[in-house]
Write a protein that binds this ligand. Structure first.
Ligand code: FAD
Length: 498
């Protein structure tokens, strides 16, 4: 951690995987640039951005998770009651995250994390590549950026591939589902940002792995606005509401009870899909598409107990994760996780790896009217414009969910027997935690996108956006790898220009 700067070349807002990618790529490709990261939340682990699962002491881990859950407690004090709380509230709060306090009614599970490392300190680490219509087709370098993103996150499909019964799960799924899939879209181990340490422990990648040796990170430093040339600092950009034709000149940071202006030639806002547009809105940068085309992946879950399994599988402390890739014919991303414990009680011992949770994520039918909107009168707990989410599932979404339910049952039937007589469970809007589209990328400045292919905001020189919100396609796969890939592309273009 270094002293608070007054001037940098590149100011990065937010320290999750997307912000960390800009810091790392710039430190490797343009080491002459002074880069600093400003993060609203606290430092909870060392090295900065470490995944909380790597904190081995359970109490210390629970305390670290709590410190990421925003400025006001939104769940009961005891972590034991988390499940009961989530069920009763039907909002699915996960440890390390907090929920919107108001404006969430159409998107009940909308969640955020505020800490060094962002949600990347809490994630599952699934890093599938997008396929078929999930792919952004106007980016010729996307494949290379995805490969670089896999390097930065340390992605491997091997770490859990040999977990008890994982091979058996994949064989059964493949026999049932692979017939009409191309070779690269068949059932396989899930690529994960996790590696095995020499002592046998698993190490989950957080933003720490992406940051590498980069350390110019400023915790507890909320960026309240991006400053633009000729900016009066009172919300008037001098160019009406769009910010069009401006150049960034820095950021205003609230830290230690005071406000500081930090001059910068480039500003990258990587403050998650709900708060990146919030920072732009607060700065008077309000292109038409800002906050619109918001999409989360409608999600269905089901669980089975494997049938006819060899009784001898031994505990190894690891659980398999398998991947049923998205295809245009089956527009669902299947994440099949062998659970450490059963969600329903069983008599007798459970064979390791034999309880399997299936999660099917659907691609959303994108709508301009699905949006995160901001108030000019009310503020949130951070003093930023209050968020309200407008969101609905279309007829096409509902039909897609019906098909997803049929296909998840087909996969489940191939594996074993349902745990109880309940149908597959539909999660509430926002539960996927994969919010996309709110600062989406486009090929042209035609009112349907916020930034161009290099992630630079249309019409505002030096202002970049990062994170899942940049993804313009309707994806069903977990988005972080793609968001990191787009950040690689943006950072390379900054390195080239400056
Ligand atoms: P974040 O990681 O959310 O970081 C944004 C940061 O910006 C935060 O630290 C926030 O405090 C900061 N910030 C916000 N506003 C300001 C401001 N005004 N000033 C300064 N800082 C600000 N994704 C996958 O792809 N695969 C998975 O398997 C997966 N599993 C998940 C499981 C769980 C339980 C959770 C919680 C998430 C999961 N995700 C998964 C989602 C994944 O964590 C996110 O996609 C990823 O972290 C997004 O990275 P980001 O850098 O864009 O945003």
């Amino acid at each position: 951690m270094t002293r608070f700067p007054t001037e940098v070349d590149v100011a990065i807002v937010g320290s999750g995987p997307a912000g960390a990618t800009y810091a790392r790529v710039l430190s490797e490709h343009a080491p002459h640039l002074r880069v600093a990261v400003f993060e609203a939340g606290p430092l909870i682990s060392d090295p900065p951005g470490t995944h909380v699962r790597n904190i081995r002491d359970a109490e210390a881990r629970a305390e670290a998770q709590r410190r990421c859950e925003g400025p006001r407690p939104s769940r009961p004090a005891s972590t034991d009651t988390m499940d009961d709380y989530a069920r009763s509230a039907n909002r699915l709060q996960r440890p390390g995250t907090f929920l919107l306090d108001s404006g969430w009614e159409e998107f009940p599970a909308a969640a955020m994390s505020t800490n060094v490392g962002g949600m990347g300190a809490h994630w599952t680490g699934a890093c599938p590549r997008p396929g078929e219509s999930e792919i952004i087709d106007f980016l010729p370098d996307l494949d290379a950026w995805l490969t670089e993103a896999e390097r930065l996150l340390g992605v491997s499909a091997e770490a859990l591939a040999g977990a008890p019964l994982a091979g058996e799960v994949r064989r059964r799924l493949a026999a049932a589902l692979d017939a009409d899939r191309s070779a690269d879209r068949r059932v396989r181990p899930m690529p994960l940002a996790v590696r095995r340490e020499p002592d046998g422990h698993l190490r989950w990648a957080g933003a720490d792995v992406v940051f590498g040796g980069f350390r110019d990170i400023h915790p507890d430093a909320l960026v309240t606005r991006v400053l633009l040339d000729g900016d009066t600092g009172n919300g008037d950009t001098g160019n009406g509401d769009t910010g069009n034709g401006d150049t960034v000149s820095g950021v205003r940071v609230r830290a230690g009870g005071a406000e500081h202006d930090v001059r910068a030639r480039v500003v990258v806002v990587a403050a998650d899909s709900l708060r990146t547009p919030q920072v732009l809105h607060a700065s008077g940068v309000r292109p038409r598409a800002l906050g619109r085309y918001l999409n989360d992946q409608p999600q269905i879950v089901y669980a089975v107990r494997l049938r006819d399994i060899p009784p001898s599988a031994a505990h190894t402390g690891i659980s398999g994760v398998s991947w049923v890739p998205f295809t245009d014919a089956h527009p669902f991303h299947g994440q099949v996780m062998q659970l450490d414990a059963s969600p329903v009680p069983f008599a007798g011992e459970i064979v390791p790896g034999s309880i399997v949770g299936l999660g099917w994520f659907c691609a959303k039918d994108l709508q301009e009217s699905d949006r995160v909107a901001f108030s000019d009168d009310e503020v949130d707990d951070y003093g930023m414009p209050a968020i309200r989410i407008h969101y609905r599932l279309t007829e096409r979404d509902l039909a897609n969910l019906e098909t997803a339910e049929k296909e998840i049952r087909q996969a489940a039937e191939a594996l074993g027997d349902p745990l109880d007589d309940q149908p597959p469970l539909r999660f509430p809007n926002g539960a996927s935690l994969h919010y996309q589209g709110s600062v989406r990328m486009g090929q042209a400045d035609d009112g349907t996108s916020v930034c161009g292919p290099d992630s630079q905001v249309w019409g505002v020189r030096g202002l970049y956006v990062a994170g899942n919100g940049v993804i313009p396609t309707a994806t069903a796969c977990n988005p972080t790898l793609t968001a990191v890939a787009l950040a690689v592309g943006g950072a390379l273009s900054i390195a080239k220009e400056y």
